[in-house]
Design a protein around this ligand. Structure first.
Ligand code: NAD
Length: 288
């Protein structure tokens, strides 16, 4: 059984970003820049943001975190985003989730200009993804596609099952697999008899957000299994949606948690920031 570690895949992506960042700075006289907007003080978000900043720094990208109070109004938040949209020195904008209850995340995503939307949640990027057109792609599913490429796992012609239909993982994952010519079965919490679908799938991507939902009885012999879930169990250990030791007995390849999909998400965010900067520079755009 092949363990699909994300680190070597992420390293290749980050090396490419580092090279491009150097060239970009040389050609333009300034660095590509990612701005993360945080509303409130969610402790997990603070950790994620610090990691994003550290990674950006290592690659030679500029980064800034704008911390806004939880008391901010939607109009004020939009004003901040408009300023970032208009700033030619800012190439990537990410609104850290979760957002406070008063905001509609989909609405807020549509305030970022699509060219700087490095999370790829703007309806235009979502639409382009589903149409199979070039666009910024959501980091986690795009990272999973890089894992398939790196480990030479064929996707075309395979029966692929995606469990989960969130806008951040499940839906774009299904779109990317479909674009690569997989036959996609898209399952969710209302899917009856989940096992009957997973058991004949060659590829299984599990993004249900349910600890240890999938054991070996769900998995076809020789299938490739990707575990997107992240949970802390009662012992403080990080576990996924898949029972690793059990599924490892039947799968031909399986991504671990931690160290599987996780490292890819941040690597793809850096790639998206660099791609956005290059695209903006090439188009000579003075957005918006
Ligand atoms: P979500 O809660 O928004 O969506 C979960 C989806 O799973 C829903 O569409 C739901 O219909 C489906 N689902 C729930 N229970 C199910 C069941 N029993 N059978 C079939 N379908 C079921 O979650 P999300 O944001 O997509 O995240 C999923 C998991 O992936 C979470 O554990 C999250 O922490 C993790 N995650 C990891 C990364 C990473 O970088 N590794 C990135 C994003 C999310």
């Amino acid at each position: 059984m092949l363990t699909l570690f994300g680190k070597p895949v992420a390293k290749n992506i980050l090396d490419q970003v580092r090279d491009k960042a150097k060239q970009f700075e040389k050609a333009s006289g300034h660095r590509a820049k990612l701005v993360v907007v945080l509303v409130g003080e969610d402790p997990a978000s603070l950790i994620y943001i610090r990691k994003k900043g550290e990674t950006a720094e290592l690659l030679g990208l500029d980064h800034e975190t704008i911390k806004l109070p939880i008391s901010i109004t939607p109009d004020e938040l939009r004003e901040y985003i408009d300023q970032l949209n208009a700033n030619p020195r800012v190439h990537g904008i990410l609104i850290q989730r979760p957002l406070p209850k008063f905001t509609d995340e989909t609405e807020v995503a549509s305030w970022i200009v699509p060219e700087k939307d490095v999370d790829a949640f703007h309806p235009l990027n979502v639409g382009r993804l589903f149409l199979g057109l070039p666009c910024l792609k959501p980091c986690t599913p795009a990272g999973i596609m890089e894992i398939f490429k790196h480990y030479k796992i064929p996707v075309s012609g395979k029966k692929a099952c995606v469990i989960g239909r969130s806008a951040i993982v499940g839906k774009p994952m299904a779109a990317l697999l479909l674009k690569e010519n997989a036959t996609v079965f898209h399952c969710h919490s209302k899917t009856p008899d989940l096992k009957s679908i997973t058991q004949f799938s060659d590829i299984l991507v599990v993004a249900a957000g349910k600890p240890h939902l999938i054991d070996a009885s769900y998995v076809k012999q020789g299938a490739v299994v990707i575990d997107v879930g992240i949970h802390h169990n009662t012992n403080g250990k990080i576990i996924g949606d898949v029972v690793f030791e059990d599924v490892a007995k039947v799968a031909s390849a399986l991504s671990p948690v931690p160290s599987g999909v996780g490292p890819m998400t941040i690597a793809m965010l850096m790639k998206n920031t660099m791609d956005a900067a290059l695209e903006l520079a090439n188009s000579g755009s003075s957005l918006p």
